[in-house]
Design a protein around this ligand. Structure first.
Ligand SMILES: *Cc1c(COP(=O)(O)O)cnc(C)c1O
Length: 375
């Protein structure tokens, strides 16, 4: 049996272990400490544009705090891109709010600005103005930032920028993670860089960061005894894991280059197969190509390729199943145009790790070519 090829596996740079050792040597084994501060500064220096970063236990925790900080409460409505990973939508439910799902457009596979505006107008007509918009840079491809922001500000609704998959991507030369009222990152094991598990909240001012830290550390009021006048969470990042993050930040740009190279190799090597197409970057969009995705003409062909790869011990995965199709979310309102349904039926994510070898890429490519030759 050939060795397993994963969709996206962790890739250490080499200095992570020394940061972790330092945490042990100094006994900073806690959800605060010098590495947490250092990691936050590293991310701020990378993103620029006045970003204020709070390191947290996960991207999901960051999304949850973002909703709380924007005042989302029981009974409120929150717009969410339907084509995404469930973690974008789950925190809406944690708050007792109602997700309103909006479909994608074909240029970036992200939230359709046209449908977003129709949705906002319809929700207002039905009696409630949405409290926030969660837009996602899927697979690292930026959403249409200007269009989404213009609509959001016209209706005075804050955007939560889910940049979990898009660290290292940019739009008009500005880094993803700097466009929303609040943005989030993820450092889960499969993301472009990882702390094994972790996330970050990106805000525009220190007051919001102070509120985020307050909520993330059990909402302890300023008193000698443990005094609480609001509900808190345990969402801060461990200093040990932040050490991994500091090492990973040193190689982030290399990771982006490697993932983009994977994409270019797939595109070049598979260009003779007419049934396979790729998503190109629109002008002034720069994707980290977190996952290399292909579109096929049908669900049957997509499944055919997936099973052929599986048979060679190669992991691949259909594009995210849209939230409006998920059993747990299907009863909530959704505004659809068929784009995300078609992407789900026909699209496949190929192995995309920054540590894939040439030999592994060749195995993926030749398996796909063999599949089509046999058709
Ligand atoms: C990974 C991911 C998240 C959640 O991040 P975790 O750190 O795993 O909690 C949220 N949104 C999207 C789009 C993601 O891909």
């Amino acid at each position: 049996m050939d060795s397993k090829i994963w969709l996206s596996s962790p890739h250490m740079g080499g200095t992570e272990q020394s940061y972790v050792n330092n945490a042990f040597e100094t006994n900073w084994i806690a959800p605060l400490g010098p590495h947490v501060d250092g990691f936050e500064n590293d991310i701020q220096d990378y993103l620029k544009n006045g970003s204020i970063v709070t390191a947290l236990s996960s991207g999901t925790a960051a999304l949850h705090l973002a909703l709380i900080l924007l005042g989302v409460k029981q009974g409120d409505e929150v717009i969410c891109q339907s084509k995404t990973f469930s973690a974008s939508a789950n925190p809406i439910i944690y708050q007792g709010a109602t997700p309103i799902f909006v479909d994608s457009e074909e240029d970036t596979w992200n939230i359709s600005p046209e449908l977003l505006e129709i949705t906002i107008q319809d929700r207002i007509k039905k009696g409630k103005k949405p409290k926030a918009i969660i837009a996602v840079h899927l697979y690292g491809m930026p959403y249409k930032v200007d269009e989404v922001n213009d609509i959001a500000s016209a209706y005075n609704i804050p955007v939560i920028e889910d940049s979990a998959e898009a660290l290292g991507s940019s739009y008009k030369n500005k880094k993803c993670g700097t466009f929303g009222e609040i943005a989030i990152l993820s450092f889960n094991g499969n993301k472009i860089i990882t702390t094994s598990g972790g996330g970050a909240l990106i805000t525009k001012d220190h007051t919001t960061k102070q509120k985020a830290i307050f909520l993330a550390t059990q909402a302890r009021d300023n008193a000698v005894e443990y005094l609480h006048s609001s509900i808190g969470y345990n969402y801060r990042m461990s200093n040990v894991l932040a050490g991994i993050g500091r090492g990973q930040m040193q190689v982030l740009d290399e990771r982006v280059q490697a993932r983009r190279k994977n994409f270019e190799i797939y595109k070049e090597q598979l260009k003779t197969i007419n049934e396979i197409t790729f998503l190109n970057e629109p002008e002034s969009f720069f994707s980290n190509r977190w996952l290399s995705c292909v579109l096929t003409p049908s669900e049957d062909i997509r499944e055919g390729i997936r099973l052929a790869l599986l048979n060679k011990n190669i992991e691949s995965r259909p594009l995210w199943k849209p939230m409006h199709q998920q059993p747990v979310f299907s009863a909530f309102p959704s505004y659809n145009n068929g784009v995300s349904d078609a992407l789900f039926a026909n699209g496949l994510c190929l192995p995309s790790g920054s540590n894939l070898t040439e030999n592994e890429l060749d195995r993926v490519i030749s398996t796909i070519k063999t599949y089509f030759r046999a058709c």
